[in-house]
Write a protein of this length. Sequence first.
Length: 203
Amino acid sequence: MAPPLLTGQKSNRRRGRQKEKAMPAQKSTTRKKPAREGKEGHKDAIALLKEDHERVRKLLGELEESADRAEDKRKKLLSTIEDELKIHTKIEEDVFYPAFFDAARTSDDKELYYEAIEEHHVVDLVMPEVKGTDPSTNEFAAKAKVLKDLVEHHAEEEESEMFPRARKLMNRERLMELGDELARAKESARAGIMEKLTGMIRS
């Protein structure tokens, strides 16, 4: 279910894309292939980002299935999800999205970029709402479901539209380079979160 504020522009883009037969990006077999790895086992950018998606999908599924009385479990799951989303959002916006934008050839390519940024923003708005709700309530479950739907919609759109397009716009070597950059950025972002948590505990 697409966020309401984005539905109109997406339908316009999709109608326009149907007319661009020269460079189709709708269908791709990449989702059926194993993760793209280099000689040393390094993953390319898309394989790495898809792994992130699967990790967060699993966590969101566990949160949705958790019982109302499992308040501590819900809090821990939500905290882990928030950290994973922060890291994923940062490395995409700092590394992958700019590279995609630089490689863009059409207005549809650039529209994918801007939509992805806005969808991150929508998730950022919903997360505090979930965190600020009593985890033992039905209201929490409803808000957690909205969060899950938003994240899954965003991931699905990236995997079905942006990622296949990125494989057409960037060669294997470039995607491997970006994979290494994303891995380093992820390590740095995770270290930053751990440092922040350590500081909070000490204070």
